[in-house]
Design a protein around this ligand. Structure first.
Ligand SMILES: Nc1ncnc2c1ncn2[C@@H]1O[C@H](COP(=O)(O)OP(=O)(O)OP(=O)(O)O)[C@@H](O)[C@H]1O
Ligand SMILES: [Mg+2]
Length: 380
């Protein structure tokens, strides 16, 4: 898939921007604080419907203004797509796809696949489980509608079950409380097991792809991603999804019964996909605790390249790659590998402060100079 044209009005520090992108590499060149990452953020927003830097859409409105508007034209294998995202202080965010209004609720995931590699990415390895669940949910939701719906349903049931647990503390031991909780358990377990099985499957796929990418980039070390559910499920590879879902449902159910007393005392659900995690190991050693910053960075890059392959396998077309500040994130040999990789024909938007970085690129495509929120194409 390709992004052909991007227009912004009053988005962050860009009062007005209108650029046509190259199908290959696009470089945004400029000093610190000029608006390069803001453009990356705008492209991500157009693709996914959300910013990756803030959950408060009104922060994206240029200071002193009341509305922002973005329009982007994507070329997808099944046709052209005009994505318009706007947000005003009063009415919040609105999204239109080819002129048709979309529901921007939890189930909206976006119109185009984008993969981003940037300075904040290390948190996937170094941060807490919430970061890794967020990564995983975004990744799977972008390509599997069923997962998106299951996840939304799971979250709804979980919130209601937690409310019930808080209110039901005084019902501990009563028949009425037990019967009501049994009903919540059944609902949580069936949708929760589906979420878990999908996560396990995708982690296994990503692990294989990331392992290959890591080997290519760094020539030594075996990278592995492992699913760590909140309770023991024995089988790690769900070959027969339906059969495993049934088994994991039963295990989840048993775990909830085991934890029931503790849950009633604490007033929260103590097991399930909302407590899942995954680990990154390099040659069998936990990367979060023992790997160097450079190794962690390489692992995240391998993960992002795995994501690109994953999207291509699932969707039958390439995602758009956004590379924020890779010159300061990666050493020259890793960058060389990256440039070779994207020369296969992946549309990429690269930000850099360093003009010399352009010399590394075999075919730079288009170069845009970004200065105080204004953007000009320069010939290179
Ligand atoms: N809502 C907003 N309205 C106006 N300006 C904003 C808004 N949000 C952020 N900015 C400004 O946008 C500027 C550019 O930010 P951006 O992150 O795009 O810079 P950058 O070119 O990527 O810089 P660096 O090279 O340091 O990463 C910042 O100075 C910030 O103050
Ligand atoms: Mg930046």
């Amino acid at each position: 898939m390709l992004l052909e044209r991007l227009r912004l009005r009053n988005f962050r520090n860009h009062a007005s921007l209108d650029i046509e992108l190259f199908p290959g590499k696009n470089v945004l060149l400029g000093n610190n604080g000029q608006g390069k990452t803001n453009i990356i953020e705008a492209i991500y927003l157009c693709g996914t419907g959300k910013s990756y830097r803030t959950s408060r859409d009104i922060e994206l409105i240029k200071w002193g203004e009341s509305t922002f508007y973005t329009a982007s034209r994507f070329l997808r294998k099944n046709g052209d797509l005009l994505v318009e995202v706007a947000c005003s202080q009063e009415r919040g965010k609105r999204i239109r796809l080819n002129g048709v209004h979309q529901d921007t609720g939890i189930e909206y995931i976006g119109a185009a696949n984008v993969v981003i590699f940037g300075p904040d990415d290390l948190r996937i390895i170094k941060g807490g489980p919430v970061e890794r669940r967020r990564f995983l949910d975004l990744e799977i939701s972008a390509v599997h509608e069923r997962y998106r719906k299951d996840l939304a349903k799971y979250r709804r049931i979980l919130t209601q079950r937690n409310t019930f647990l808080k209110d039901a503390r005084h019902l501990v031991g009563s028949m009425h409380g037990k019967a009501a909780l049994d009903v919540w358990d059944e609902q949580l377990v069936s949708v929760g097991a589906r979420v878990m099985v999908k996560r396990a499957k995708v982690i296994e796929d990503l692990s294989g792809l990331a392992q290959t990418a890591y080997k290519e980039i760094s020539s030594s070390g075996l990278l592995k991603l492992t699913y760590r559910p909140s309770f023991d499920v024995v089988e790690s590879c769900p070959a027969d999804e339906q059969g495993i879902t049934q088994k994991w449902s039963a295990l989840f159910h048993r775990e909830l019964l085991r934890l029931r007393q503790a849950e009633l005392i604490r007033g929260v659900t103590l097991a399930g996909p909302h407590r899942d995690d995954m680990t990154f190991t390099l040659d069998g050693v936990d990367m979060r605790a023992f790997s160097s910053q450079g190794q962690q960075r390489t692992a995240v890059l391998a993960l992002r390249l795995a994501e690109l392959e994953f999207v291509r396998n699932e969707m039958g077309e390439d995602a758009i790659l956004l590379l924020d500040d890779v010159s300061s994130e990666l050493d020259p040999s890793k960058r060389a590998h990256l440039w070779k990789y994207i020369d296969r024909g992946i549309q990429t938007v690269i930000t850099t402060t360093d003009e010399k970085a352009l010399d590394e690129l075999s075919k730079p495509g288009k170069v845009f100079k970004v200065q105080s929120g204004s953007v000009q194409e320069v010939s290179k």
